[in-house]
Design a protein around this ligand. Structure first.
Ligand code: ATR
Length: 281
């Protein structure tokens, strides 16, 4: 009898060279002693359908999906999780029998990381605030509503994008003007920056952490640098902070479990591996 073929997964995007997913999944494969492979796969936008249509023939058990394919992968899949449907995009594809399934794990990863970084934190029954209204904001709004937040305050430079999200998610999402962002966050349990402000090479986010209530958790999904100017200011004020790298690590957990059958653990060692890689980039 032939031995079972090794399980192979990959991450697709265009471009894809910057993706840290192979480092993360490769470290887990090694740690759990699984004979599997996880590679980077550049896929041009015009080739997406053909690529996804031949996953099986290529010997793949599934893949991660990143920019610009998240919406296309969502549409292509046969079945979608509630999170993927709420976001209208997918970052994780896997097979259930012959059925290609799609999930969006960013929101779940965000909340898992939040709980790991601030033990006992829950949004249940409390207002939270999100800056930005792109794809990442969508995933996080959904996850925080699922977590029971009483209200999600949304601020975005282009207000109409925030209004679209509020319409989509319903009455618990309330939009405030971008110019009122510091004031609108005065009495929330959590502030999340999902904009690209504060990322290396970009302007910092102009935000007054001095107005936040004692104990407000401040989180950034930007992870280059690891400590953004927003997080540094919050830390200086003595507020709990949650960086964006943890979300990147935690969003990878459900995919690995679906492809390779083991639910992996995000350890300080894994984090250190990725931090070291970011530092050499
Ligand atoms: P993603 O899907 O990763 O969230 P995106 O859709 O490009 O990425 O969203 C980026 C977010 O950063 C948006 O909320 C964007 O605001 P706009 O909708 O007004 O474009 C926000 N953003 C980017 N540059 C910004 C800037 N200079 N000032 C304020 N917000 C900015």
């Amino acid at each position: 009898m032939n031995p079972a073929p090794i399980k192979r997964a990959c991450v697709i995007g265009w471009p894809i060279a910057h993706s840290r997913s192979p480092l993360i999944h490769g470290a887990w494969l090694k740690h759990y002693g699984i004979e599997g492979a996880y590679t980077r796969q550049p896929v041009k936008p015009e080739d997406l359908q053909a690529f996804l249509g031949s996953l099986r023939e290529q010997g793949l058990v599934g893949c991660n999906v990143t920019i610009p394919h998240k919406e296309g992968a969502y549409r292509f899949a046969d079945r979608r999780t509630d999170a993927a449907a709420a976001v209208g995009a997918a970052n994780t594809l896997w097979f259930q029998g012959e059925i290609l399934c799609a999930d969006s794990t960013d929101g779940e990863g965000f909340v898992a990381n939040l709980r790991a970084a601030v033990p006992g934190f829950s949004a249940r029954g409390r207002p939270v605030a999100i800056l930005g209204a792109g794809g990442a904001a969508r995933a996080i709004v959904h996850a925080l509503l699922e977590d029971g937040a009483s209200e999600v305050r949304l601020m975005n430079r282009t207000r109409s994008r925030a209004d679209v999200l509020a319409m989509h998610f319903g009455a618990r999402v309330v939009v405030a003007d971008w110019s009122d962002r510091s004031k609108a966050c005065e009495a929330v349990a959590l502030v999340v920056n999902t904009t690209s402000l504060g990322m290396k090479g970009n302007a910092p986010l102009d935000f007054d952490v001095g107005r936040l209530a004692e104990g407000t958790v401040v989180s950034d999904i930007v992870y280059v640098p690891l400590i953004t100017p927003l997080l540094a200011a919050a830390r200086d004020r003595g507020l709990p902070i949650v960086d964006g790298l943890g979300m990147l690590l935690h969003q990878a957990v459900p995919g690995f479990e679906r492809w390779f059958g083991v639910r992996p653990v995000v350890t300080p060692h894994l984090r250190a591996l990725v931090v070291a890689d970011l530092e050499t980039a």
